[in-house]
Write a protein that binds this ligand. Structure first.
Ligand code: SF4
Length: 99
């Protein structure tokens, strides 16, 4: 499961610096993976790239962005439930291709 940033977000970007996977981007900012740039997933608010979020698996016991958010705008995405094994595989993939 990746995390999701809701409309409670005030774009303070406090979460961005906490993410070990570089999975959080400012509104309108292109996201990158493996050296390739991709179109922003949101022009409205700070967003998380599900393909890069591991729920912090491989780094920390808990997602680091959730407590960093002053407006409690970050939640677990109920539409993206994943096993710990999947999340660890993603972390290892990111280790290889770059974040
Ligand atoms: Fe980044 Fe962890 Fe938040 Fe996912 S849960 S966006 S990996 S800080």
């Amino acid at each position: 499961m990746a995390v999701l940033i809701t409309e409670e977000c005030i774009d303070c970007n406090a979460c961005e610096t906490e993410c070990p996977n570089n999975a959080i981007y400012a509104p309108g900012e292109p996201w990158s993976l493996n050296g390739e740039e991709n179109e922003a997933l949101s022009d409205e608010r700070t967003y998380v790239v599900p393909e890069k979020c591991t729920e912090c698996v491989g780094f920390y016991d808990e997602p680091q962005c959730i407590p960093a958010c002053p407006t409690e705008a970050i939640i677990m995405d109920p539409d993206r439930v994943e096993t710990k094994e999947n999340l660890m595989a993603r972390k290892e993939h990111l280790d290889e291709v770059g974040r």
